[in-house]
Design a protein around this ligand. Structure first.
Ligand code: PHE
Length: 472
């Protein structure tokens, strides 16, 4: 797919670029690569703890509605921009002959990408280190302990992992090194091949985890928490978090899907692909929730315990079952891979821009960006110690970068993309691109998409936004 050997230097040379630009090889690989960007720590780490913090079922429902009414239309729009222009997220607007002001979306996307990577690489480091701990057999003794002792030990493990002075930084550095090497190498056959093989395996493992969790005594309480809707728990911050999560989850609002869309084949059905990716991604999140909440209620943990939730529960899921440790190793290895493929897609946004528009070699762009992420990222590495005590707007660096990107920048980017494609692109152009030059018989579906994009998605986004700013 992407990367390496880019011929394009400046906006005006796009024709040469689009002729030499690579594409994914088939509909299936497009699906898995895009799902590889969507599925990541968002599903296994963020979704469960946000559900926990925001009161369960009602949050899940609002999340799902956000995916349908805002996520899918924005994803289709990003694919539209990307495949039509076959270029990076800034140049794309030039090629669409839009006023230069729209390029702001692209620049904002790059800021979002960096902000997310600042804290995502930290959590990526935790996941890598858990894969290593599982490999070393650090959790094998859980089998012999009582329930309360086991959960105590697991919680302590997490505190030590996050609280260490050097080790979280080293793990974070390792994560960045892995991503950089893959990006520099060009990933061509890499991402496509990795995602195609490993996404199904991740799916199967998650199903195994959830089946195991469903046999626990707290299964009913866990499922009730996850799926029983209680509207009394809903307020504007719950809605904003659900919406922000939908953007974060589906890699929207910052140009990732524009960039990936630019590598899609001409015959790909963009609407189908977005629906399939969005729904499969939601299924992965639901499976993660089903794997985690029964454990929370069986072991008496707090559902609203925040970012440590994943790390405090999954090791317990596999304790006391045959081959539990092997499954645990597999789970964290696959989570590491999911995190890695998501991060690659994030970093590709500024890398593509820098190497195509600034004439900086791809290798150097990757090195500069990783250096910045590592340097600033260190401030997020210790949310519970050292820098964790420095508060800005009442948030530590970790929460601040997360809040600004997920709750402000991504929804704002999504809003602008919806307005741009909904109001500033001719309907005929959209019809032509989404029907693959009128070879697909889907004008009705396109009509629904266009209606939702114009009248529903931006309005919902705007209301939630203004409300969160206290304006309405
Ligand atoms: N979707 C990824 C996840 O859920 C995160 C991501 C956000 C990836 C934005 C790319 C762009 O983990």
């Amino acid at each position: 797919m992407i990367l390496g050997g880019n011929k394009m230097k400046k906006d005006n040379n796009i024709i040469t670029e689009s002729q030499t630009r690579e594409t994914f090889s088939s509909g299936l690989t497009i699906f898995f690569a895009t799902l590889g960007s969507a599925v990541g720590l968002g599903n296994i780490w963020k979704f469960p703890y946000l559900v926990g913090e925001n009161g369960g079922g009602a949050f899940v429902l609002i999340y799902f509605v956000s995916v349908l009414l805002i996520g899918i239309p924005v994803m289709v729009s990003e694919f539209y921009i990307g495949r039509k222009t076959r270029s990076n997220v800034v140049t794309a607007f030039t090629l669409l002959k839009a006023s230069p002001i729209w390029k702001f979306i692209g620049y904002m996307g790059m800021v979002s990408s960096m902000f997310i990577l600042f804290f995502y690489s930290t959590v990526g480091g935790w996941v890598y280190s858990y894969a290593f701990k599982a490999l070393k057999g650090d959790f094998t003794n859980l089998a012999t302990l009582s329930i309360s002792n086991a959960s105590q030990i697991v919680e302590n493990q997490f505190l030590t992992t996050v609280g260490g002075v050097y080790s979280p930084i080293i793990w974070q550095g390792l994560v960045l090194l892995v991503i950089s090497l893959i990006l520099i190498a060009g990933v061509k056959n890499g991402i496509e091949r990795i995602t195609k093989t490993l996404m199904p395996v991740l799916f199967i493992l998650l199903i195994l985890c959830s089946l195991r969790a469903l046999t626990l005594s707290g299964a009913k309480a866990g499922l009730d928490f996850l799926f029983k809707v209680d509207f009394s728990k809903v307020n504007s911050s719950v809605i904003l978090s659900a919406l922000g999560l939908a953007f974060f989850k589906l890699s929207l609002g910052m140009g990732t899907m524009v960039t990936y869309g630019s590598y899609f084949t001409d015959d790909n059905n963009l609407i189908h692909t977005s629906a399939k990716v969005a729904l499969s991604d939601t299924l992965v999140s639901a499976l993660a929730g089903i794997a985690i909440f029964p454990v929370v209620f069986t072991f008496g943990l707090a559902p609203d315990s925040g970012p440590g939730l994943l790390f405090n529960t999954i090791p317990l899921v596999f304790s006391k079952i045959p081959f539990g440790n092997i499954l645990l190793i597999a789970f964290f290895l696959l989570s590491s891979i999911a995190a890695t493929t998501a991060m690659i897609s994030m970093m590709e946004v500024p890398v593509a821009f820098m190497s195509e528009n600034w004439d900086i070699k791809r290798k150097h762009s990757v090195m500069i960006l990783s250096g910045i992420i590592f340097f600033v990222g260190v401030f997020t590495t210790h949310p519970t110690s050292i820098f964790g005590n420095i508060l800005i707007f009442n948030k530590n660096f970790f929460d601040l970068f997360d809040f600004i990107s997920s709750n402000i920048l991504l929804p704002a980017g999504g809003l602008l993309i919806a307005i741009f494609v909904g109001y500033f692109v001719k309907k005929e152009d959209i019809l032509k691109e989404l029907s693959n030059n009128h070879t697909l018989d889907n004008s009705q579906t396109i009509g629904i998409y266009h209606f939702v994009l114009r009248y529903i998605s931006p309005l919902l986004l705007l209301i939630v936004f203004l409300n969160s700013l206290g304006i309405i």
